[in-house]
Write a protein that binds this ligand. Structure first.
Ligand code: NDP
Length: 329
């Protein structure tokens, strides 16, 4: 019998998460039955969505939601033989018994020299989010100017690089000078540290005096109000996330965007990456090829040790990560 370590949401987060909101528990797993497999986590992901989704999808006492790259260590399911790797949605747990229905096998031709952890980052959900936000929501075209915030993170860094591959001018905003240097290293045309500038409006104007055709929105709040005013006529805004709002205990208010939206005839669309799930296989192959060709660079911020998952999650929300925040068991 296998024992799984799990991280439980002990109580719902109020404001910024704290250590006492989490509890490490041990669970006895039963032997996998017919059609089931036993999985061992290799890499786990901490993502911003866990914060807002914890409220709507979870109850106190539940295992924290999340995805992981896991190895099949026992199998009674021919689709998932022992030794194969999958992306599973078992949450924050070291071992999982699964009937396979929610498992996604890694691409068959996953290259030996690419870490499997990228299946949780650029060659996984965050990478797909970047791709679909640009292609499906913004319908970005060569020569256009893109603004992306949280630009040094998992989604933002891929979005900026894909836009460069498509022949666009890219402006990125991030929360440290080290992140800004990373954005420039990745080929962003302009990048700034939103925490140290004196005026966001001026920073956006300086970076692109002619304005922005597309805005990949990861942050929300006051940043958004200022950025919307800098859009060009018929600009498109892909509302991917609003991380500056996730820990709010009372709503923020700000200048409302209506007049800019009307006068500039802007289009603003929220989206979930799952809308284009039918395209995932082809999209992941495309991004893996870019990665192998050196066109897509993907940094990771790796925390070692399952016991450090809450710290890694809170660190990511605080902005400690450059690239994808990953936990190596
Ligand atoms: P990141 O790797 O970008 O990590 C989060 C980053 O957000 C931090 O590193 C930090 O960077 C930044 N941040 C935190 N707090 C603030 C704040 N108050 N103001 C501005 N920036 C802040 O995460 P992901 O790339 O995984 O996610 C990026 C966004 O995309 C999130 O909003 C997420 O919810 C959204 N998302 C949406 C999906 C969808 O289907 N719609 C799917 C996946 C992600 P910094 O140092 O720059 O502040």
């Amino acid at each position: 019998m296998v024992q799984a370590k799990t991280w439980i949401l002990k109580q719902h987060f109020e404001g910024f998460p704290k250590d006492s909101d989490f509890e490490l528990k041990t669970e006895q797993l039963s032997e996998p039955k017919d059609g089931e497999v036993l999985l061992e986590a290799v890499f786990l992901s901490v993502d911003p969505y866990m914060r807002p989704y914890s409220r709507v999808r979870m109850q106190a006492g539940d295992v924290m939601i999340g995805t992981q790259v896991a190895k099949v260590i026992q199998s009674n399911n021919p689709s998932f033989p022992v030794g194969c790797h999958v992306v599973g949605r078992g949450g924050w747990r070291t071992h999982t018994v699964s009937d396979g229905s929610e498992l996604i096998k890694l691409l068959d031709d996953w290259p030996q020299d690419v870490s499997l952890s990228h299946a949780l980052g650029a060659i996984g959900m965050p990478g797909l989010t970047a791709l679909y936000g640009l292609e499906e929501v913004c319908a970005i075209k060569p020569g256009e100017t893109l603004l992306v915030n949280a630009a040094a993170g998992a989604v933002g860094s891929v979005a900026g690089q894909i836009a460069k591959l498509k022949g666009c001018k890219v402006v990125g905003s991030a929360g440290s000078d080290e992140k800004v240097a990373y954005l420039k290293e990745m080929g962003f045309d302009q990048a700034f540290n939103y925490k140290t500038i004196s005026s966001l409006e001026e920073a956006l104007k300086n970076a692109s005096p002619e304005g922005y055709d597309c805005y990949f929105e990861n942050v929300g709040g006051p940043f958004s109000s200022v950025a919307i005013a800098q859009m060009k006529a018929f600009g498109r805004i892909a509302v991917c996330g609003g991380i500056s709002l996730y820990n709010d205990t009372s709503p923020q208010t700000g200048p409302y965007p209506h007049l800019h939206m009307i006068f500039k005839q802007l289009k603003m669309e929220g989206f979930l990456v799952s809308r284009w799930e039918h395209k995932n296989k082809e999209s992941l192959k495309r991004m893996l090829t870019w990665m192998q060709e050196g066109k897509l660079k993907c940094k990771e911020h790796v925390t070692v040790g399952f016991e450090n998952m809450p710290a890694a999650f809170m660190g990511m929300l605080r902005g400690e990560n450059i690239g994808k925040a990953i936990i190596k068991v």
